[in-house]
Design a protein around this ligand. Sequence first.
Ligand code: GDP
Length: 451
Amino acid sequence: MFDSLSDRLGGVFDRLRGRGALTEADVRAAMREVRVALLEADVALPVARAFVDKITETAVGQNVLRSITPGQQVVKIVNDALVEMLGGGEGAATAELELGVTPPAVIMMVGLQGSGKTTTTAKIAKRLSGGQMGRDRKKVLMASLDVNRPNAQEQLATLGTQIEVATLPIIAGQQPVDIARRALQAAKLQGFDVLMLDTAGRLHVDAALMAEMQAVAEVADPAEILLVVDSLTGQDAVNVAQNFSDQVPLTGVVLTRMDGDARGGAALSMRAVTGKPIKFAGTGEKLDALEAFHAERVAGRILGMGDVVSLVERAAESIQVEDAERMAAKMAKGQFDMNDLRAQLAQMQRMGGLGALAGMIPGMKKAQNAVAGAGGDKVLVHMDAMIGSMTIKERNKPELINAKRKIRIAKGSGTTVQEVNKLLKMHQEMAGAMKKIKKMGGMKGMMAMLG
Ligand code: GDP
C-alpha cells in the first residue's frame, strides 16, 4: 500500500540528498511535492494542507544535524509528522479496546453496507475469545441488528459457528433497538464479558440510519463505538467518517481492505477527520486477517525508506569503525559466516534490538521476519548460545552442519533442533543479502546509499 506516496517522497528526497544545508527554498520545494503526493494518495485537501503547513513550520530554520544530510533531516521531520497524524506517539499501538469494569462491555460496530462491518465484528470477536487481546480469553456474544439486508443476521450466525463464538438467537421481525435490549439482557444473564453489536449498514449515510445508531447507543451504552471504513473508497471514506463522527460518539476506527491497492489517503485522513485512533486494519477476507494499527509502522511504510535518521544517529554511536571495516572487507567478497552473524547479533543488541536495526537497513526485512517469527529480540540470546556451541569449523562453514550436528548444537546450547534450523535459515538469508550488498559495492556502497 501507499506506493505512489512513497515513490514521490523518494523522488523528492533523492533530489535533496547530498546538499549542504536545509534552506527555506529546499523545504518549500519538498513540501510542494509532499502536498501533491498526499492529494494523489487521496488524502482530504484540508488534511493535506494542515499537514504540509505543520511540517513546513517545523522544517524551515531547523538546524540540520551534523551527522546527516538535509534530505534525511526532512525525511525525519515528515516521518515524525506522519506518525503524529496517524495517531502514534506514546505507546504507538492503539489496539487496546476499552472494555470497562462491569461486564458485559458493549462494542458497537457502525459503518456503511459493504464496508466489512460484519466480517470485522467476527474478526474482533475471534481475537477477544482467543485471548489475543490482553491476557485472558473473553466470553463473547455477537448480535446482528441489521434488519435491512436480507440474511445479515444469518451471516453473522454462520461466522459465529466458524469461530466458535455465540450469537444471539434470531427472532424474525424484531427491530434493532429491541434486539439490542434483548442482547444486553442475554449477555448479562449468561455471564458474557463482551457483547458485540453489528449494526445495520446502508448504502449511504442518511438521517434514519443515524437516528437508529443513536437510539441503539442510548440503550446499549457501548464502551466502544468503532467505525468500520473501507480504505479503498478513499475520499468517500473520509466523508463517511465525517458524517458518522458528527453524529455518534465514535471511540475508534477500523480500516478494512488495507490488503488491497489502497493509496493510503484514508489512513492519513481518518484520524484527522474523526480525531479518533485507528484501532485496527483489516488485511484480508479470512477471519484472522486483522492487525493492530501501528502508526510508526505505517508511517515507515509510507515513507518506504525505513528510519534512516535514527539509523545514522545510532550507528554513529555504536558501530565501531574497525567492525565496520572488517565487515566491509568481508562483504566486498560476498562472505558471511557464523562468526559474522555472531558479530552482527552483538551489534544488533547494542543498537537497540534486532527489530530496530533490521527495520532500518534495506534488504534486511527477511532476516528480521525470520527472527520476529521465532520470538523477537530474546531470540538473539539463544542464537548466540547456538553459535557458541558450534565448532570452529562449523562456524566457518555452516553448510557442514548436518542432522547429527544439529542435535549436538541444540543440546549444547539448551535449545531445540528447530531453533538451530531457524538460525541456519536466517544465516542463509543474511548471506544472500550480503551478496546483494556486494553487488552494490560493499558496505561503503550501502553507507553511501544511506547518506
Ligand atoms: P458489511 O456489509 O459491512 O457487513 O460487509 P461484510 O462484512 O459483509 O464484508 C463485505 C465483503 O468484504 C466480504 O466479502 C468480506 O469478506 C470482505 N472484506 C471484509 N474485510 C476485508 C478486508 O480487510 N480485506 C478484504 N480483502 N476483504 C474484506
